[in-house]
Design a protein around this ligand. Structure first.
Ligand code: GRF
Length: 190
């Protein structure tokens, strides 16, 4: 059975969809650990409810930096746990070479736009401001840039006349919940 690590800083709805896909037998994997840089993140509650081990990612005083030493420590820890694939799910720090070297083409991210459009924060608001007719979500390999890694698969979401930031974001998140488990299954079997 392949082992996944999920990294998240927030609510963990994508983590939940991965867990649900495993329970339904759609994804034949195990979540070995959920790691967060935010001790109050709801993703950790979800993990605890499902009896999944959790890890605190200690970034000290840094608000957005992911210190190299912490990445080295995590990479070693995840290897020891036998983790095959790392899935970023709302993880708000940029992953760098210590983790990328240890998990080449084995770190994935989900982003709420059709990349290369609208990288970075609040991508659905960028789509609205741009008056885009269609946006969506993308699962891509992680490299050391911000949302720049090779695209694996995308799902389109139409932008409706009456859309608000909230309604559009919600529909993108619904699309994410199907796309991410599907792509993880595909990558795991490569
Ligand atoms: C998702 O919308 C994802 O696209 C982005 O961050 C959000 C995380 O949400 N990278 P959640 O924590 O999985 O609920």
């Amino acid at each position: 059975m392949k082992k996944l690590a999920i990294f998240g800083s927030g609510s963990g709805s994508n983590m939940q969809s991965i867990l649900d896909a495993i329970k339904e037998g759609i994804l034949k994997a195990e979540i070995a650990v959920v790691a967060s840089d935010n001790a109050d993140a709801y993703i950790l509650e979800r993990a605890k409810k499902a009896s999944i081990p959790t890890l605190h990612i200690d970034c000290g005083e840094y608000v957005s930096k992911f210190p190299k030493e912490e990445q080295e420590r995590l990479a070693a820890d995840l290897k020891q746990r036998g983790v095959d694939v790392i899935c970023l799910a709302g993880f708000m720090r940029l992953v760098g070479s210590p983790l990328l070297k240890k998990f080449p083409n084995r770190i994935l991210n989900i982003h709420p736009s059709l990349l290369p459009h609208y990288p970075g924060l609040a991508a659905w608001e960028q789509a609205l401001a741009d008056k885009a007719k269609v946006t969506g979500c993308t699962v891509h390999y992680v490299d050391d840039g911000m949302d720049t890694g090779a695209i694996i698969k995308q799902a389109e979401v139409p932008v409706l006349e009456e859309d608000t930031s909230k309604s559009l974001h919600e529909r993108i998140q619904i699309a994410e919940r199907t796309l991410y488990p599907e792509v993880i299954a595909q990558v795991m079997n490569q």
